[in-house]
Design a binder for this molecule. Structure first.
Ligand SMILES: *Cc1c(COP(=O)(O)O)cnc(C)c1O
Length: 428
């Protein structure tokens, strides 16, 4: 992968501040240029003002510790506010519902805790000792991570031709040990919304959990609804949905380290909370994986959500969805290419059209030379784009470069079939 040179050693004596910061500045020059709107993923940018406020809030809380909300009531309050705002967005407080949740460090932690909560509920309410969950092939990799971490067997069911989970297969995979069924709104790979009402009714019939992974959609779908887009039901208005995850650090436009996990009620929420008293250090409760917890991302998420507000998110969503639809049209009108399925929000999978010989991975190599960043994913071989307000202005340039890259690549294939959503070098 990347050769970082000889291993670093702790400097024998400390280096001057200018030197240290200067080296950091220099190191960034090889990183993806998200400011130019060329990264369809990883960084989601809503403009200079949002960035400045997020930066100021993070720096204000750089040193505080979210571990103890009694020592830092301001952090307890911020967490409550962020959770309440998100609960309202997902209709968690309509019709007497009392949704409750916590902030987490990101989508993965939200999913880990959703699985842990389901496992604990199955154990405590139904005596399930060998828990299982049922997820679609399209469900995020973090569910498999959670299965490994918490000892929950993952039963994977296929998606249909439209890339939505096959609910009949899901129903057949549910058994006495099942503690959780999962749907995504939208799923990451092709950007379609799973049939949440059908999935949730499987859960409701059995008294088990149904988690909706809205890590991508949580800060988009509510505002698409405001804008009049036609969307299937996916949030707490659907009977049987027990929890929803949404990433503030994606299309909520907060900097990394902020997501929410919201449960339908406080009893469901308490299944994921850890509490312990039987050691020499005193009462220790925590709502997530971390002990000591960075406060900067909490403050930044609070500040960004308050700064943007419902009208702001509606504008950012309009920009994002219009750009996504332009990208879809641009890809589909490029000979040799298509978009998989009918993406409903901001995620798009670009692949070879049926019968076409173009290798989208070779096309990506070409696009990378122009500074574009999209993930390679499979199966099937495709390029993943998450469009956001920051990349919207670059979409027309992207489509032009994509078209040129397809022409240049012709029938050439690249040997490298690796994919790269989250790579790691196993040799270092
Ligand atoms: C991004 C994403 C996740 C994981 O979120 P992280 O913040 O990267 O940990 C989970 N599910 C979906 C659908 C996602 O898009």
């Amino acid at each position: 992968m990347i050769d970082f040179g000889p291993p670093a050693e702790l400097p024998a004596s400390g280096r001057p501040a200018d030197d240290v910061l200067g080296e950091l500045e220099g190191m960034r020059s090889g990183d993806v240029d998200w400011r130019a709107g060329r990264s369809f993923g990883l960084v989601f940018h809503a403009g200079d003002e949002v960035e400045a406020v997020a930066r100021a809030a993070s720096v204000m809380y750089l040193e505080e510790n979210g571990l103890n909300p009694l020592a830092f009531p301001s952090l307890g309050r911020m967490q409550q506010d962020v959770v309440d705002m998100a609960s309202g967005m997902f209709h968690g407080r309509d019709d007497g519902r009392q949704a409750a949740g916590f902030m987490t460090s990101g989508g993965t932690e939200s999913l880990l805790l959703a699985v842990e909560a389901a496992r604990n509920r199955g154990r405590d309410e139904r005596g399930v000792t060998e828990p299982e969950m049922v997820v679609a092939r399209s469900a995020h990799a973090a569910f498999h991570k959670a299965g490994g971490y918490f000892g929950v067997k993952v039963n994977v069911v296929p998606v249909r031709d439209d890339w939505r989970v096959d609910v009949d297969a899901m129903a057949s995979a549910v058994n006495d040990r099942t503690v959780l069924v999962v749907g995504s709104a939208p799923q990451y790979p092709q950007g379609v919304i799973d049939p949440i009402p059908e999935i949730a009714s499987l859960a409701a019939e059995r008294g088990i959990n149904c988690h909706v992974d809205a890590c991508m959609g949580g800060f988009v779908l509510p505002f698409m609804e405001d804008l009049g887009y036609d969307l299937p039901p996916w949030d707490f208005r659907v009977e049987g949905v027990t929890s929803i995850s949404a990433d503030v650090h994606k299309l909520g436009y907060a900097p990394k380290g902020a997501s929410v996990l919201i449960h339908r009620d406080v009893t469901l929420r308490n299944h994921h909370v850890f509490m312990f008293d039987d050691w020499l250090g005193g009462f220790y409760a925590s709502s997530g994986l971390a002990g000591s917890k960075p406060a900067g991302p909490m403050a930044a998420a609070w500040a960004v959500m308050n700064l943007i507000g419902r009208d702001g998110y509606r504008r950012l969503t309009a920009t994002t969805i219009e750009a996504t639809r332009r990208m879809i049209d641009g890809v589909r009108s490029t000979p040799g290419l298509t978009v998989l399925g009918e993406p409903q929000a901001q995620c798009v999978a670009i692949s070879a059209a049926e019968g076409a010989t173009v290798d989208v991975f070779a096309v990506m190599d070409e696009l990378a030379t122009k500074g574009w960043h999209l993930d390679r994913q499979k199966p099937p071989d495709s390029l993943h784009a998450t469009v956001s307000a920051g990349t919207a202005p670059a979409v027309d340039d992207f489509v032009a470069d994509l078209r040129a890259a397809v022409e240049k690549v012709g029938d050439r294939r690249t040997e490298d079939r690796s994919t790269d959503y989250a790579p790691i070098d196993p040799s270092s």
